[in-house]
Design a protein around this ligand. Structure first.
Ligand code: ZN
Length: 181
């Protein structure tokens, strides 16, 4: 089965807009999350934000447990963050590249689940990283925005070469399962 959606990649304007709040959790939204899970698993990835499939609305899907832990978070907000943690992040919307990025290690997150219930949870390390990465997508922020000017210039050069087929993608880091999408 092929994925229901083609994942949008860097250069697509939908990745650069601030997505709109979700006001209604209806059957259409539920169906969309199902298609997003299918797209995410095929990639494969462990998180996927709505703008990555061209939908500028504030929600994302994720699953840290390879098919056993499907979760949807709607209108997410990071209430507080603590500590620092460096991690090599990749993104399906910036294919072929990974960057060591420092972000808060632990965060407190609020949002709404697919049943319309308010949820609040503390996330640490990998889950905290995933939530911050996906929330960036809802604000039109990509990995490139976390780099300094030199790194960003170099990354843009590499992206152009990759897109023109002049360069091979980087090999995946060892913990490839932990790539963020
Ligand atoms: Zn991403």
């Amino acid at each position: 089965m092929s994925a229901p959606y083609a994942i949008r990649i860097v250069g697509d304007p939908v990745l650069r807009k601030r997505a709109e709040e979700v006001t209604d959790i209806d059957a259409e939204l539920v169906a969309l999350t199902e298609d997003m899970f299918a797209t995410m698993y095929e990639a494969p990835g462990i998180g996927l934000a709505a703008p990555q499939v061209g939908v500028a609305r504030r929600f994302f899907v994720f699953d840290l447990e390879a098919g056993l832990g499907q979760q949807v978070l709607i209108n997410p907000v990071i209430v507080e963050g603590e500590g620092e943690w460096e991690f090599s992040e990749g993104c399906l919307s910036v294919p072929g590249l990974h960057f060591d990025i420092v972000r808060p290690k632990t965060i407190l997150v609020r949002g709404i689940d697919l049943d319309g219930n308010d949820v609040e949870f503390e996330a640490d390390e990998l889950l905290a990283r995933l939530v911050q990465h996906e929330l960036d997508h809802l604000d039109g922020v990509l990995l490139l925005d976390h780099l300094d000017d030199d790194e960003r210039r170099e990354a843009r050069r590499t992206i152009r070469k990759l897109q023109m087929g002049l360069q091979e993608p980087e090999p995946e880091p060892k913990k490839s399962f932990f790539r963020f999408r």
